[in-house]
Design a protein around this ligand. Structure first.
Ligand code: FAD
Ligand code: SF4
Length: 510
């Protein structure tokens, strides 16, 4: 039976059982689809990295004697919607069966479900063989429970997969060392240089320009830093385990203007394209830990495992349990547009200038920059979650909706009303001062609340608590903050409200 197998751009899993055997009757189809470049405006490094990785993957299949049809972005067929393109090849090649791997995005899942429902030949959907969990595992695990806490799911995953366990107990006697992972970086441990690959993607870049694909962000097309094939991904993993893991947990939440990556792995692109599996990443990190217990402590490896076995699988489960309603949630009814500086990095607030500037330069910012700088500002200035989602989905190299949306709309914007986070992740300038050196070189004074030179985040923070009192004051985790607010003199509160309004109305002036 002649079979057409579709491979999507984030399905670059060379270990998949599909590729164990070659067959004359199986044709693989990979397409640099226009539809995938335009559902949101993307960072140029994201588009080029995806296409470069897809091309490398197709070359690998061809070398192994698989039959591959690969359409580059200038190919006329690449402009067609997915279903039209598939119908074309099914007819042209006299295909008798259509096969694909389960898409991770709701949008594509719907499109392919619909396509197969109307197909006159047989079709079959396969697992991507990538995640630890199925789409519905989290939903089933939490069924009947009021709160879907990441921590309880994570413990379940540790037990189920026997990771960092001593039979039924967690290794070292504790499940979580989060409280030890909150150090400010003061230069005490030199950060090893980042692993940069300098891939030449000039040809792809030229094609994107000539096809008039809309994009933003910066690139040196002769030296794309991201790994674009499995070999490079494995090198990046080894580098992380050898040089960065030993301080990963300690400085996980730290931010520094001269050390933009600190000890982060920069492995999310490799994993989200499935060039690396989460299981092999965890296995390699644990092996390195076990062989180096004199220099890698348990909190470092536990912190890393929690991100992948816990958070990554958890947000995916939330996405599949709550879509499609999730994409429209807007708990606080926020309506504001993004400030212009989200596209330029031009702001006098040094924390935002660093975090957004770095995002535009590298298509990357680490978790706390995404959550506590950019996300925090977005929430405090009442930006519409749709606009925030679209920006995050476009800007980051690792942004695919299943992982981007729960993190952005849920964790950072609390637009889901508390499905993911038990309280909004908001802070005044003092948190940023505690965790970074950004305030040292800022025009604004982090300790001041109401003067012209006062840190904008201070008045925004207290204003947010005031205006959202009805939503938040009954949350026990917010009671200390409301207590503090009550103690403030009415005049000071009025001044902060006034300053916050000015910032919200014209954030680009700050
Ligand atoms: P490290 O800090 O080194 O962590 C190691 C790995 O853990 C990451 O590669 C990632 O696979 C996983 N991980 C860590 N935190 C999370 C998390 N919260 N959710 C899922 N996986 C996690 N991650 C994405 O992969 N794509 C996104 O589009 C994305 N959008 C985000 C938006 C916001 C507002 C926030 C707060 C976080 C977002 N994250 C996203 C999670 C996290 O910020 C990135 O995974 C991480 O910064 C990637 O860099 P790294 O590989 O150096 O991660
Ligand atoms: Fe950001 Fe305020 Fe610090 Fe400036 S003073 S860097 S605006 S937190």
């Amino acid at each position: 039976m002649k079979t057409l197998r579709l491979i999507l751009g984030d399905q670059l899993n060379a270990q998949h059982s599909w590729y164990q055997k070659t067959s004359e009757s199986i044709v693989y189809l990979m397409v640099e689809m226009h539809q995938e470049t335009s559902y949101v405006r993307h960072h140029i490094q994201k588009i080029t990295a995806f296409f470069a990785a897809m091309r490398a993957f197709a070359d690998g299949l061809i070398k192994e004697k698989h039959q591959v049809i690969y359409l580059k972005i200038p190919h006329p067929m690449a402009r067609k919607p997915l279903n039209e393109m598939l119908n074309h090849f099914i007819d042209e090649l006299s295909i008798e069966k259509f096969e694909y791997q389960q898409p991770d995005e709701y949008r594509l899942d719907e499109q392919l479900n619909h396509f197969c429902a109307n197909l006159s030949i047989a079709s079959e959907c396969f697992s991507t063989e990538h995640f630890f969990t199925t789409r519905v595992e989290l939903r089933d695990y939490f069924s009947g429970k009021k709160q879907w806490l990441m921590e309880s799911f994570y413990r379940h995953m540790r037990k189920k997969h026997q990771i960092l366990m001593q039979s039924d107990a967690p290794l070292g006697g504790a499940w979580n060392f989060d409280h030890e992972n909150r150090k400010k970086y003061k230069g005490e441990h030199p950060v090893p240089p980042a692993m940069i690959f300098n891939n030449n993607v000039s040809e792809i870049y030229r094609e994107i320009l000539s096809e008039k694909i809309d994009f933003f962000g910066n690139i040196n097309p002769e030296a794309l830093s991201w790994p674009i094939n499995r070999q490079q991904c494995l090198e990046q993993l080894t580098y992380f385990c050898q040089y960065l893991l030993e301080h990963f947990g300690d400085y996980e939440d730290a931010m520094h203007s001269r050390e933009k990556y600190l000890f982060h792995a920069r492995l999310s692109f490799a994993m989200n394209t499935k060039m690396l599996s989460p299981a092999e990443v965890i296995q390699k990190a644990i092996e390195t830990f076990e062989q180096n217990t004199h220099k890698i402590s348990l909190p470092q490896i536990e912190g890393f495992v929690r991100q992948i076995l816990g958070w990554r699988e958890y947000v995916r489960g939330i996405y599949w349990a709550k879509m499609p309603e999730y994409q429209n949630l807007n708990y606080f009814n926020h309506e504001n547009k993004l400030p212009e500086f989200f596209w330029t990095g031009q702001t006098q607030m040094n924390c935002l200038k660093n975090a957004i500037g770095q995002s535009l330069d590298d298509a990357y910012a680490h978790h706390i920059q995404r959550l506590m700088v950019i996300g925090n500002f977005s929430l405090l200035t009442h930006l519409h979650p749709d606009a925030v989602d679209a920006w995050y989905l476009g800007v980051y190299i690792d942004a695919i909706e299943w992982v981007e949306m729960p993190n952005t709309r849920g964790m950072s914007q609390y637009a889901d009303g508390g499905i993911i986070a038990t309280k909004p992740y908001i802070s005044s300038g003092s948190y940023i001062q505690k965790m970074s050196n950004y305030c040292d070189n800022c025009r604004y004074h982090v300790k001041e609340k109401t003067s012209e030179k006062a840190c904008p985040l201070n008045s925004l923070y207290w204003n947010f608590l005031e205006v959202n009192r009805t939503y938040l004051q009954d949350n026990p985790r917010m009671s200390m903050m409301y207590h503090q607010l009550e103690k403030m003199p009415a005049e000071q509160r009025a001044q902060m409200r006034e300053r916050a309004q000015k910032i919200i109305q014209n954030p680009d002036a700050f």
